[in-house]
Design a protein around this ligand. Structure first.
Ligand SMILES: Cc1cc2nc3c(=O)[nH]c(=O)nc-3n(C[C@H](O)[C@H](O)[C@H](O)COP(=O)(O)OP(=O)(O)OC[C@H]3O[C@@H](n4cnc5c(N)ncnc54)[C@H](O)[C@@H]3O)c2cc1C
Length: 409
């Protein structure tokens, strides 16, 4: 039987960050990846905090800048009102840029760099079942030839994203705290729109029902566009039909000129019920990270940032565990990751409940406050010196009320 120190399920951002970190520390790491790469995945707008995590995992040098659109910030638009954040105006110490990426390319780059760093990756290898014990784990998988194989390891990291291998096998799934929503999305030709700021993503409020659109410019004159809404709203517009989607963009006030001559570059995809959660994030001989633990909502591009953050923290704790140290997984892993997720949860709820929109689209906002909010949007959700992290549960509601009163005067 194959034998490794660590077996990782999935070669997305969480899987490559965790495996690369551990391989560079001298551990023997095997990644089992169901798909053959490159493969399409949604999740194209990164946050600056990802850059720190890629760097620490030794993956940054594998990211070929020339393939990606640089991202300097985000602009939120509601009718005539606009609120723009630039990552160079922040409270926390941070990268001032990151990337807007085609995930097929990014995940390929990350996987290739992880291999250079000593990780073994087996593509087209789907994990089927697991026997997990305290000191010895057996993973059964189907290899690229369709044969059944098994691998023994000291530990398992489940980074299988929506595959959610261990949450399914070990009955760890629980309902998400987020309302059920759906997303319809595609890539469109964005050529000839030189007046557009391609270095920022745009988020447009569609209507009072909390539907919103993302516009993520990608390299090669392409833009990723998606609408997130209730299922009823998506059905009303029938945007899953390519012609309807193009027609919708051509008539949407504020972007109609940009999409006047556009065409869809790929079939429209639809994903529903993407918000997921788990009862616990670790157990005897295994730890979960990335979307395999929890995914909230696409509004603030937190998915990849939480995937890389959780993967790095899990890998660091595991490094200590494998060298014989005691690890308190609850204190050292589950709590900090849950706290990070909770900060984003507060902002996402505040967006859908309208308080954050009141703040973003207020006539005036104090620059210090804006920089502090910008750091949350850059993914620095562990910086508790930032009051917009520390008091995340209440501060947006309070600020929205204050701004409302000021605006009435
Ligand atoms: C509509 C929508 C829009 C989004 N937009 C953004 C965005 O703009 N920015 C952002 O940061 N995030 C975004 N996200 C979230 C983002 O897609 C995820 O959070 C991110 O991809 C999670 O990374 P991961 O490594 O955990 O999982 P993935 O990237 O999903 O990787 C998991 C890997 O595991 C493999 N796998 C699955 N099952 C098995 C198995 N049984 N055996 C072996 N391998 C397996 C899969 O093939 C896959 O390659 C969005 C999500 C949605 C739904």
């Amino acid at each position: 039987m194959l034998k490794f120190d660590v077996v990782v399920f999935g070669a997305g951002p969480a899987g490559t960050v965790a495996s690369s970190y551990l391989a560079r520390k001298g551990f023997n790491v095997l990644v089992l990846e169901r798909a053959s790469f490159p493969r399409f995945v949604i999740g194209e707008s990164l946050l600056p905090s990802c850059m720190d995590d890629f760097n620490e995992a030794g993956l940054l040098e594998g990211i070929d800048q020339s393939k990606y659109q640089i991202k300097y910030g985000a602009t939120f638009v509601s009718g005539e009102k606009k609120c723009s954040f630039s990552f160079d105006e922040q409270y926390s110490e941070s990268w001032s840029y990151t990337y807007q990426v085609e995930r097929a390319k990014l995940d390929m780059d990350l996987a290739q760099q992880a291999i250079k760093n000593g990780v073994e990756i087996r593509f087209q290898s789907e994990v089927k079942s697991v026997d997990a014990k305290e000191s010895q784990q057996i993973t059964h998988f189907e290899n690229a030839k369709g044969e059944q194989e098994s691998v023994e390891s000291r530990y398992i990291i489940d980074a299988s994203g929506y595959g959610r291998v261990l949450p399914r096998l070990f009955d760890l799934e629980k309902p998400s705290s987020m309302a059920a929503r759906t997303a319809v999305f595609s890539h469109f030709n964005d050529a000839g729109n030189s007046q557009v700021d391609r270095n920022k993503i745009e988020v447009h409020v569609v209507d009072e029902s909390n539907a919103w659109l993302w516009l993520i410019p990608l390299a090669n004159d392409c833009v990723s566009v998606g609408m997130v809404s209730s299922l009823e709203k998506a059905n009303e517009f029938q945007l899953n039909e390519s012609d309807n989607f193009v027609g919708f963009l051509k008539n949407f006030k504020g972007i109609e000129k940009r999409f006047k001559k556009t065409e869809a570059l790929r079939a429209v995809d639809q994903l529903s019920g993407f918000s997921v959660a788990v009862k616990k994030k670790y157990g005897e001989g295994y730890v979960l990270c990335g979307n395999s633990t929890e995914f909230l909502d696409p509004i603030f591009s937190s998915g990849v940032a939480l995937a890389t953050k959780s993967a790095l923290l899990a890998a660091k704790a595991l490094e200590r565990k494998l060298t014989g140290e005691q690890v308190d997984w609850s204190l050292e892993y589950e709590m900090p990751i849950s706290e990070s997720i909770d900060v984003f949860r507060s902002y996402i709820k505040a967006w859908y409940e309208g308080d954050l929109q009141k703040v973003f689209f207020a006539e005036k906002i104090d620059p210090t406050i804006k920089n502090q909010i910008c750091s949350v949007l850059a993914g620095h959700v562990r910086d508790t010196t930032n009051p917009f992290v520390k008091k995340h549960k209440t501060i947006i509601k309070t600020l929205a009320k204050v701004l409302e009163i000021q605006n009435r005067k």
